[in-house]
Design a binder for this molecule. Structure first.
Ligand SMILES: Nc1ncnc2c1ncn2[C@@H]1O[C@H](COP(=O)(O)OP(=O)(O)OP(=O)(O)O)[C@@H](O)[C@H]1O
Ligand SMILES: [Mg+2]
Length: 340
């Protein structure tokens, strides 16, 4: 028997869902290759643990940038290896639902479809990240009631107003979770003349990242290389010194939400005002982001349960729409689209 699967190829994480079982795999979208012959040495967690630590012969690459595939060969290999762990039947090929960011070119969409077709599947249906995120957050996107959902991933933020299964107004921006890491790298370099790596910056964000004034001071030690002496150095950084710089990124996201609201039809704005805005995606977990966006746009903001898994769970849930009619008897649009 064939088992249908959902795949979310995220900038930071690759997630796979198997129908009837739920989320099966959640690993960093990272690949390590041997530069001599381009052989793939490691993927996922194994590759992530080598990031910034490889020798001259090995290179660790993130093949998905800003939500789109930047290296087709690596993504194809990564999916093959990761899906191999699922032990999916090779006899009857699976049908796949894959998630794509809101604003994506035809070429980028084709790359996603082809990379999944290359592993041998029966069909690929696509779902936009915002729709999947809303479904995964437990919202009934096929009702006529308007909902405003943000999916703040590693490389992209998708903002969408959804009603009757379709997107009414949307924005996609390349400012997201990883932008906070980049800002921490810039801050530490400017303030302490210290160069730190991406992995260190992300750990610092988990520990002391904040976009509003923290209630209590917390410090975290980062290690890197001093730009003046060239020597290794450790510096203590606190959440209270970081939050102002990080809040600027959060304000950029809030201002896009504001733009979306300005373009939203008034009836739907009324619904959103009543229900509040829902945040999904790992990027929504930085301290204070819900409060900051809420105070900027003057609407309540809630973080969905388990925000990092909303998109993959929504993709998984929407497997049931494969092959169903385009528009149902209530006028709701099928959230899936065929790539052709
Ligand atoms: N506890 C946390 N605090 C702050 N940021 C977090 C936390 N957990 C995860 N993140 C951030 O969430 C981002 C990853 O989120 P997610 O897994 O939703 O992205 P993705 O789906 O891979 O990327 P995209 O949707 O942009 O292609 C990373 O920037 C990560 O650092
Ligand atoms: Mg994502």
């Amino acid at each position: 028997m064939s088992v249908d699967i959902a795949i979310d190829l995220g900038t930071s994480n690759t997630r796979i869902y198997i129908a009837g079982k739920g989320k099966f795999l959640d690993e960093p979208s990272v690949v390590t290759i041997n530069l001599d012959n381009d052989d793939v040495i490691a993927v996922g967690h194994d590759a992530y643990s080598m990031m910034g630590r490889t020798s001259q012969r090995l290179s660790t690459i993130e093949p998905i940038v800003g939500g789109v595939i930047s290296d087709f060969y690596l993504v194809e290999n990564m999916i093959k290896i990761q899906l191999g762990k699922a032990n999916v039947s090779r006899v009857v090929k699976p049908r796949v639902v894959a998630c794509i960011p809101g604003e994506i070119t035809d070429v980028e969409r084709r790359a996603v479809v082809n990379s999944i077709l290359s592993i041998g599947v029966r069909s690929v249906s696509l779902i936009e990240a915002s729709k999947a995120a809303a479904i995964g957050a437990g919202l009934d996107i096929r009702s006529p009631h308007g909902r405003l959902v943000l999916d703040i991933g590693g490389g992209t933020t998708d903002i969408a107003v959804i009603s009757l299964g379709d997107i009414s107004v949307s924005r996609s921006m390349k400012v997201a979770g990883n932008s906070f890491d980049e800002e921490i790298i810039r801050y530490v370099r400017r303030k302490y003349n210290l160069i730190i790596g991406k992995v260190t910056a992300q750990k610092a964000k988990f520990e002391i990242g904040a976009v509003i004034k923290p209630e209590a001071e917390k410090k975290y030690t980062v290690k890197g290389r001093n730009t003046v002496t060239g020597l290794p150095q450790a510096v203590e950084v606190s959440n209270t010194e970081l939050f102002e710089d990080l809040s600027e990124i959060a304000i950029q996201i809030a201002s896009q939400v504001q733009d979306v609201l300005e373009e939203t039809p008034p009836e739907l704005v009324g619904d959103i005002y009543k229900d509040g805005i829902v945040l999904t995606g790992g990027g929504s977990l930085i301290y204070g982001l819900d409060k900051l966006i809420g105070s900027q746009v003057k609407i309540d903001v809630h973080i969905a349960d388990n925000p990092s898994d909303c998109v993959i769970n929504g993709c998984g849930y929407s497997l049931k729409y494969i092959g169903q009619e385009e528009i149902d008897e209530n006028g709701a649009v099928n959230p899936l689209s065929m790539p052709y």
